[in-house]
Write a protein that binds this ligand. Sequence first.
Ligand code: PAF
Length: 285
Amino acid sequence: MLVHTIKEVRDQVKEWKKEGLTIGLVPTMGALHEGHLSLIKKAGSCCDKVIVSAFVNPIQFGINEDFDKYPRAIEKDYKLCSENGVDILFNPDVKEMYGTNEQTNSNNFTYVTPPYFYVDKLCGASRVGHFDGVCTVVLKLFNIAQPDKAFFGEKDAQQAIIIKKMVKDLNVPVEIITCPIIRSNEGLALSSRNQYLSDEGKKEALALNKILTNINNCYLKGITNVSALKETAFSFLNNHHELEYLEFFDADDLSEKQTADNNTRVFIACRVDGIRLIDNKKLGE
Ligand code: PAF
């Protein structure tokens, strides 16, 4: 069922709750790919009913980011959802979510602001306000769908860590389940933004996974010094790549690691021919 209003979701959720059914929510911005489908399948295996939201959330995009040209494909999304047992595809417009068609900001709307320690690094450092926008919309979606469990991909690992923190700090009654990154056969982490890449760009983008895999292999051979591990990245980069960050943080609380261990996650962001891509890997796996 494709629905566009909060009321329709609420009414259906009320019925399901009366019947004692459990609800899984998969929040997305649409343009669904295999990565999203893995979350949907996981939700279907853990919950009686599955809601997928497809909403390109304006308040998590900076003014110079790709909100307007972010891919939108609701008909294809609906087909994929129907084929994969989704009970509701929730596709609100901006007015339905924020009561205005204008860009909402913290002067005229209540925002959820995650702790600075979690957002002053990685994607939060270059995308100021991004995680306020993410947490605000995710909390709204939780309040609308009232899920028992919500499913997020490890591809956006910083996002998943911040959402877990929000849920813990604000006592939101939902269990956050994270699911592994889905990759192309060649190793590129699936992302809606990959469709901006040319064929050449797709090949060059494999460098991200190669860097992470090589770092993990070096770690498995016994190298734990983070500076030494970072050094190994440079042989994979050429003039197609503009490295934004390559960082080692604790996989649960995003504290910095000088010495890598099995709870270290390596995060990379790199522009490939101008397209910003992110990837990450937990060491030792
Ligand atoms: O990961 C995403 O697609 C978005 O950040 C999310 C969680 C759906 C919030 O808009």
